[in-house]
Design a protein around this ligand. Structure first.
Ligand SMILES: [Zn+2]
Length: 252
């Protein structure tokens, strides 16, 4: 029932994604679910957290198969054994959770920064992964708000250099690893002056400067805590379950 609700709410099978995302139920369980755990990443630490919390469902953004086909040995074997022994199901939602207009990482990051999206950003196949819009705000103020989010999850905001009096007029958000050559080119083409992402490679900061774009890197982990937490809260509201967020910052 929970899985069906999630599949429908997030349009899990209608939204394209990278092959390793394997969205939807990744591991089934047999018993009734009364407690749900939500985490950004599937890992030994988040599995431990789910076991300790007494959860019967672990919802993640980066799922069990993120690293591709790997032998089920060592830590992979241990965490699978712990899941099955404790009858915990795993459900993953990657891009379906990035793009959702209310529960999505991008929409929620915009709200958290006080920004109102007016269109999408970062085309991937048939969808816009991120959001974009207009405002008239000091870039410094946006950076402070993004920095607060990063700090909340033990991260640090990194920005490309900008003048203290610079103003942001057109912005775009793409959480996670949202800065790459493609997103910068789209931003430049659309006159976007400030790009807010989780992370990106070094060359994106160099390229951004060439294009006159300021990039705020608020942390891959921090920017993707928003969606899974909202999903847990929604389940707690809709069903007779309680939800916990398992906070395991990656440092990035
Ligand atoms: Zn991500």
């Amino acid at each position: 029932m929970l899985a069906g609700f999630l599949n429908e709410t997030l349009d899990v099978y209608g939204i394209p994604d990278y092959p390793n995302a394997v969205n939807g139920v990744q591991l089934a369980n047999v018993g009734e679910i009364t407690r749900v755990a939500a985490a950004v990443d599937f890992s030994s630490a988040t599995v431990d957290g789910a076991v300790k919390a007494g959860a019967r469902l672990l919802i993640v953004h980066h799922g069990m198969f993120w690293s591709g086909v790997q032998p089920i040995t060592a830590h992979r074997h241990e965490r699978l054994r712990a899941l099955i022994a404790n009858d915990i199901a795993v459900y993953s939602a990657h891009l379906p959770l990035d793009v959702h207009p209310e529960l999505g990482n991008n929409a929620l990051l915009a709200r958290r920064l006080g920004l109102e999206p007016s269109s999408g950003f970062f085309r991937y196949q048939t969808i816009d992964v991120g959001v974009s819009g207009e405002c008239d705000l000091a870039t410094k103020v946006l950076a402070e708000k993004a920095g607060d989010l990063a700090a909340q999850f033990r991260g640090t905001l990194v920005t490309t250099p900008f003048e203290p009096d610079r103003r942001t007029k057109r912005w775009a958000i793409c959480t996670g690893s949202g800065a790459d050559l493609k997103s910068l080119q789209e931003a430049a083409r659309r006159g976007i002056d400030t790009l807010i992402v989780g992370e990106g490679p070094h060359h994106t900061a160099v390229e951004a400067r060439e294009l006159g774009i300021v990039v705020l890197y608020a942390g891959h982990y921090a920017t993707e805590t928003l969606g899974v937490r909202a999903l847990g809260e929604l389940l707690a509201k809709q069903f007779d379950v309680s939800a916990t967020f398992i906070d395991v910052p990656s440092g990035l």
